[in-house]
Design a binder for this molecule. Sequence first.
Ligand code: UDP
Length: 328
Amino acid sequence: MAILVTGGAGYIGSHTVAELLARGKEVVVVDNLQQGHREAVIGGTLEVGDLRDADFMAEVFRKHKVEAVIHFAASSLVGVSMKEPGEYYHNNVYGTLCLLEAMHKAGVNNIVFSSTAATYGEPEQVPIKETDRTQPTNTYGETKLAMERMMHWYDVAHGVKYVSLRYFNAAGAHASGRIGEDHSPETHLIPLVLQVALGQREQISIFGGDYATPDGTCVRDYIHVSDLADAHLRALGRLLDGGESAVYNLGNGRGFSVREVIEVAREVTGHPIPSVLLDRRGGDPAVLVASADRARTELGWIPQQPELRDIIASAWQWHSAHPHGYRG
Ligand code: UDP
């Protein structure tokens, strides 16, 4: 029996595939390779196609005996989602609808879902708990929340069990050095900061210095991608053991401002990393920090690389060895 990983050629997906393979699981990756990289899939079977192509998905489920799905395939950039909401609804919401229909037809009833802290919007309290209000401030978060709710109603109607993992800010790279973060265009803070250290850009832009935070810049909870991958395997185990649907936050429970991230990157890289203060980016909440108590208690999940310095050092190892990502 195989685990079907949608978006398994992407950043977090490829790290989860590596973890599944390391534990001897049979893996089938579905990816349209719009954002993903063929080279990032270090084993298993890669089926290139789109979730929204019903014939393709029916064929995938016909060819492979699928036990459960881990669903990453989605558009994930806050900034772009504010400019192209239609693209986000189509790829994320409609894509998930097509996936759930294909699963239902194939009789596959377990799904681990890649969700996000962006489902909360401006937090009611910090750290954020799973029971807190969800009121997204951007289209990306809104589509992920819609996808979660869709799974809930497929559970009610068809008994599809889901575990939704709301991650905070993924960063770092696999210890093997074989896979890491490679987005095009890159919009995430840590890889962009490291591009400055590599001499690929002159400075890092800081989006907004007037937030209600200690230094005026946004605060985020950074979590190592391999710790995220481990949580997916635990979530999968819960479902395969017959567990009920659930939602978990995944973060380290500590927030770092944009300026603090840049400062740690200066220490790790030894580069001065010049910065320039710009206007706020649309849709960004001031502070996103997780309470991951539920994941600790119910999944036994304990991050192994919680220190920001180690997370950035791990990202730096990948970016300095692969300055042009998988192309290099
Ligand atoms: N950010 C920034 N400059 C950049 C990229 C990001 O100041 O060049 C900020 C962004 O506004 C947010 C934080 O860094 O407050 C983390 O952004 P990222 O895009 O990495 O992740 P997100 O929180 O959007 O998932």
